[in-house]
Ligand binder design. Structure first.
Ligand code: BES
Ligand code: MN
Ligand code: ZN
Length: 493
């Protein structure tokens, strides 16, 4: 875990391995670059000229041994054409600075954000640095583990311009806590299905509760049966892995104050069940617990930030497997709400586990319930991997989450939640079917959940397209949308 601090004085005199200063697109120097240029008697500006440094956002240039500068390396980062770096560019800059530092085996560097938008830039750079320094190695062999290049960066110091000095400490705290939550979500998501089981999630929940002072209850099959979660349990029929229902409670608000409840889909592996998925890319379905991972991440960040609110995190965890005992298409089950469900497609299992958690959420008399789920391929078709889908029965709730998503570049696009779509879920044998046709698949999935979320303000986040990158060098969890949701919680402070 990287130590982020605010201990840095002047760019030219800070004793550290590297100092990072910004330069605009026309080689116009930021306040910090001016400080370096002055101390080095114009050597910085001359070097920029020789290197024809573009100043493009995201670009980084390394300079060595500038005269009059205490640090042996100066990392120049582009500030682009705009007044301030965008969230996306600041994140990329954080990543680029950390990668440059890691390449040079640098243990510590100091960053001096430009005056315009310094606080936001710092926030996103923290997330970028921690992203670039994240390594997954839990299931590598010992020989490979030793060889995986561990990031050299241990500490990053921010030297803030005068205008941002007052707001910096709390902003940094929030950024760092967010990065811890994101990293936790990533790690849980990346665990293979045979490691990241429902029981493992239960253990992780207890560990997190212990280290971060949260209340947690981890329920086993018997306790889940007792709650009457017949819909949730129908998904577990084919699996030998025991299910878990996890309830986190964070009490930062007044006693009895209505909490915000987060609900995460935790299908630790989704084969589709008897409605078996095709073989290609089926490994992606280890990430079908990314909604649960998000809840873990948000609870971790919240426990570190200690907002004056009550927050509940619910995680529904199980596997979806075919077997002689598995649910068959056409089987009917009774949900905790009493509504019966005809399971026409066992691969539409996310809604079956979430609906019982949404009913359970009623007991908290919540101010809002937000579920997070890799729910439908249809949402990926509709929105790709840029925006997650948001469906909500409350404009206020939806707008607040969308605003946080914009701020964190962890974006959502509002999708329709309208009664007209409900008809497609009609069944001749139960109160509803679990699937409609192919048309509007992300919407009908949301409509199914809506039937269980009538007693409170509710938002459903379909993160199937954004929770992980499915191929390439960056194949892995993204940790989305932890950053947006932590910002949403903190925006209510
Ligand atoms: N976990 C999947 C959704 C998914 C698809 C997540 C692709 C990430 C990437 C979900 O359980 C599922 O299988 N949904 C079905 C629903 C269908 C049977 C109505 C789907 O999207 O095909
Ligand atoms: Mn499925
Ligand atoms: Zn699924």
């Amino acid at each position: 875990m990287i130590d982020f601090t605010l201990k840095a004085d002047h760019p030219a005199t800070t004793k550290t391995d590297s100092v990072a200063v910004g330069v605009h697109d026309n080689q116009k120097l930021s306040w910090a670059a001016q400080d370096i240029d002055k101390a080095s008697k114009g050597a910085l500006a001359a070097a920029l000229k020789s290197a024809a440094f573009s100043g493009k956002a995201g670009a980084v240039l390394a300079l060595y041994n500038l005269p009059g500068v205490a640090a042996p390396r100066v990392l120049v980062f582009g500030l682009g054409e705009g007044k301030a770096l965008s969230a996306k560019d600041a994140r990329a800059t954080g990543r680029a600075l950390a990668s440059a530092a890691n390449e040079h085996s640098v243990a510590e560097f100091a960053v001096f954000p430009a005056a315009d938008g310094a606080i936001d830039a710092m926030h996103h750079m923290v997330l970028g640095v921690s992203d670039a320094c994240y390594r997954y190695d839990e299931t590598r062999g010992t020989a490979a583990k030793a060889k995986i290049a561990k990031p050299s960066v241990k500490r990053v110091r921010f030297g803030m311009p005068e205008v941002a000095a007052k707001a910096a400490p709390s902003a940094l705290k929030k950024a760092v806590a967010t990065s811890h939550g994101v990293e936790f979500a990533k790690h849980l998501g990346n665990l293979p299905g045979n490691f990241g089981t429902p029981s493992r999630l239960g253990e992780e929940a207890k560990k997190l509760a212990k280290s971060h002072g949260l209340k947690v209850t981890v329920m086993d099959r018997k306790a889940i049966e007792k709650l009457g979660m017949g819909s949730f349990l129908s998904v577990t029929n084919g699996s030998d892995e025991p299910p878990r229902f996890i309830v986190f409670e964070y009490a930062g608000g007044k006693k009895g104050e209505a909490p915000t409840v987060f609900v995460g889909k935790g299908v630790t592996f989704d084969t589709g069940g008897i409605s078996l998925k095709p073989a290609g890319d089926m490994d992606h379905m280890k990430w079908d617990m990314s909604g649960a991972g998000t809840v873990f991440g948000v609870m971790k960040s919240v426990a570190e930030l200690k907002p004056k609110q009550n927050i509940v995190g619910l995680v529904v965890a199980c596997e979806n497997m075919p077997s002689g005992k598995a649910t068959k298409p056409g089987d009917v089950f009774t949900s905790m709400s009493g509504q019966t469900i005809e399971v026409l497609n066992t691969d539409a299992e996310g809604r079956l586990i979430l609906c019982d958690a949404l009913t359970y959420a009623e007991r908290f008399k919540p101010r809002a319930v937000i579920d997070i789920a890799t729910l439908t391929g249809a949402c990926v078709v509709a929105l790709g991997s840029v925006n997650a889908g948001i469906f909500s029965s409350s404009d206020t709730l939806a707008n607040a989450i969308i605003a946080s998503g914009q701020k964190m570049n962890d974006r959502f696009w509002r999708m329709p939640l309208e009664e007209d779509y409900q008809e497609a879920l009609n069944s001749n044998f139960a109160d509803m079917a679990n699937v409609a046709g192919r048309e509007g698949g992300a919407i009908t999935a949301a409509c199914f959940l809506w039937r269980f979320a009538k007693k409170y303000d509710w938002a459903h986040l379909d993160i199937a397209g954004v929770a992980y990158k499915g191929s390439g060098k960056e194949k892995g969890s993204t940790g989305r949308p932890v950053a947006a949701l932590v910002d949403y919680v903190m925006s209510m402070e």
